[in-house]
Design a protein around this ligand. Structure first.
Ligand code: C2E
Ligand code: MG
Ligand code: MG
Ligand code: MG
Length: 289
């Protein structure tokens, strides 16, 4: 779709569709080599406790987000390549690589901060996700309590019983589970009652509209109350302004994530937050120099 727009045409003609299918096929072929060629990497976005100001919002962890640097096209968005990986089954191998990298990385941080990683429905339902998480935790030495797995309701819609059994077994490993993008799809309240989530991530769409319409503010308030009533913690996604942050802090939202606190970047950009020595030295240099 984006490609058609950039060419200045929006067309439903057959040649265009053929082109799209070819594009996808080529992208899929490229993606299958991406891991081996070292084109995949991870960006980390800070997550903080909601405070009235940025300075008051203590960073307690990060969400890891996959990045693909295509040798010809440059950065391809995960919104484009994750669905291709899912449809083709590549996501199982890719998801394993991502989980291993994330756990390895977090295990190396001087400060024992939290790390969250996205699991896709295909990975969840077709691979041995429990065995994988368990062996990667052992292999990397990451304390299970530091790992959070983000899933969307899509995972649970497909097979309720299997989904519930998997979530329970994952939680038995000591990891935490969060429901991603809450409110964006067909989020049903019965899911919150049936599944043992530790955290709800309120979808960015509601946060964007906080200052624009009173309905969003009412929904955000209600989700915070609902989550707390179910003994789940709440984090808001896509927090971009100080007004949004102040509102969320006032309403008792536990966590915040968004460009206001920091964009998803290679972990080196956040060396100071994770307590890496190099960053301290650099800070010192800046202060004294
Ligand atoms: P998500 O898990 O809901 O991740 C949050 C997305 O919102 C990220 O987009 C992040 O860059 C973006 N974001 C965060 N704060 C802000 C903000 O303040 N403003 C705006 N406009 N955007 C913000 P990204 O990195 O493009 O990822 C898109 C989606 O792709 C993710 O949504 C997730 O569903 C999927 N994804 C990314 N990495 C992985 C992965 O490693 N595995 C799987 N299975 N899916 C992934
Ligand atoms: Mg996520
Ligand atoms: Mg999300
Ligand atoms: Mg999303």
């Amino acid at each position: 779709r984006a490609k058609q727009k950039s060419r200045g045409t929006i067309s439903l003609y057959q040649p265009e569709m053929d082109q799209q299918i070819r594009d996808r096929r080529v992208l899929h072929q490229d993606l299958s080599k991406a891991i081996k060629n070292g084109e995949l990497s991870l960006a980390f976005q800070p997550q903080g406790i909601a405070g009235k100001t940025v300075a008051d919002s203590e960073i307690i962890g990060f969400e890891a987000l996959a990045r693909w640097a295509h040798p010809v096209r440059g950065q391809v968005s995960p919104a484009e390549f994750i669905p291709i990986a899912e449809e083709s089954g590549l996501i199982v191998e890719m998801g394993e690589w991502i989980l291993r990298q994330v756990c390895r990385e977090a295990a190396s941080w001087p400060k024992p901060l939290q790390v969250a990683v996205n699991l896709s429905p295909a990975q969840f339902l077709h691979g041995d996700v429990v065995g994988l998480v368990h062996s990667i935790l052992l292999e990397t030495g990451l304390a299970p309590g530091r790992l959070e797995l983000e899933i969307t309701e899509g995972v649970l819609i497909e097979d309720f019983d299997r989904g519930l059994a998997l979530l329970r077994r994952l939680k038995a490993l000591g990891v935490r589970i969060s429901m991603d993008d809450f409110g964006s799809g067909y989020s049903s309240l019965s899911y919150l009652q049936a599944f043992p989530f530790d955290k709800i991530k309120i979808d960015r769409a509601f946060i964007v509209n906080l200052g624009r319409n009173p309905q969003s503010a009412a929904i955000v308030r209600a989700v915070i109350d609902l989550g707390h009533g179910l003994e789940m913690s709440i984090i808001a996604e896509g927090v971009e302004t100080i007004d949004q942050l102040a509102f969320l802090a006032k309403e008792g939202c536990d966590g915040v994530q968004g460009y206001l606190l920091g964009k998803p970047l290679p972990i080196g950009h956040y060396a100071g937050l994770i307590g890496r020595a190099g960053a301290d030295a650099m800070e010192l240099e800046l202060k004294t120099g």
